[in-house]
Ligand binder design. Structure first.
Ligand SMILES: NC(=O)c1ccc[n+]([C@@H]2O[C@H](COP(=O)([O-])OP(=O)(O)OC[C@H]3O[C@@H](n4cnc5c(N)ncnc54)[C@H](OP(=O)(O)O)[C@@H]3O)[C@@H](O)[C@H]2O)c1
Length: 209
């Protein structure tokens, strides 16, 4: 499959790209800064310039699947959380529908909730609104909800649950492996699940969904 990775230059997105480049799918890295091209050139991965605050149809066209690994991050204002994590995510879903990209994998977050009262409620609410839009769409979606992200080495040992509220940590390496594995795990279509580091092999945990 030709897979568009949105947020490809990010800490998780780059890990996703590297796995795809070494696997059986053809990644396209969606970036918003041309200076980031060199990194993907060196990996032999094509890039497309697009920004979630504007139409991205040109990036989506011709793809078979999308992995959304973008986010406004903790250093921007609440306005950017709405513009990127909520509206930008929905924009990408509509682009997928209009351009007949059926498979859509969302990197979301544990504890996302439209009524969140957490210390980062604006973020958890934005993610929940985007996820709800995806669930209501006709796309073949999977929503992966990690805990606090770390740069620990990947173990491919995880804990997966359809309970989306909780606490724990998720290595970005394990997360990237899970996002990519979903492409080849059709049983994850139509599912939302939390993903924490744990004791079950990723393959076993995904198969159990
Ligand atoms: N941090 C946590 O503990 C945690 C926990 C649960 C879930 N999450 C979710 O996991 C996601 C990925 O985490 P991460 O650490 O890999 O994030 P990251 O390194 O901050 O990467 C985010 C990516 O999104 C891109 N982006 C931002 N605004 C954009 C726009 N308008 N158009 C296109 N791309 C845009 C950034 O592009 P540039 O490279 O150009 O800046 C960056 O590459 C987060 O965004 C968050 O939603 C995080």
């Amino acid at each position: 499959m030709k897979v568009l990775v949105i947020g490809a230059n990010g800490n998780t997105g780059t890990r996703v790209i590297k796995r795809l480049a070494n696997g059986n799918h053809d990644p396209v890295a969606m970036i918003r800064n041309p200076e980031h091209r060199a990194k993907f050139d060196s990996l032999g991965v094509p890039t497309i310039l697009a920004d979630l605050e504007y139409p991205i149809d040109h990036a989506v066209q011709g793809c078979d699947a999308m992995i959304f690994a973008a986010g406004s991050g903790g250093k921007t204002g609440k306005d950017k959380t709405v513009l990127i994590d909520h509206i930008g995510a929905i924009r990408s879903m509509v682009a997928a529908q209009v351009n007949d990209v059926r498979r859509y994998i969302m990197l979301s977050s544990i504890n996302n909730d439209i009524n969140s009262k957490s210390p980062i409620a604006h973020y958890h609410r934005a993610k929940a609104h985007a996820d709800n839009h995806l669930i209501e769409s006709d796309l073949d979606y999977t929503i992966v909800c990690p805990g606090g992200l770390t740069d620990e080495p990947g173990t491919d040992l995880v804990s997966i649950s359809e309970e989306l509220q909780g606490r724990g940590l998720t290595s970005r390496e394990n997360l990237a492996s899970a996002l990519v594995a979903c492409l080849d795990s059709d049983n994850t279509i139509g599912k939302s699940f939390s993903l924490l580091d744990g004791n079950t092999t990723l393959t076993e945990a995904l198969n159990a969904l």
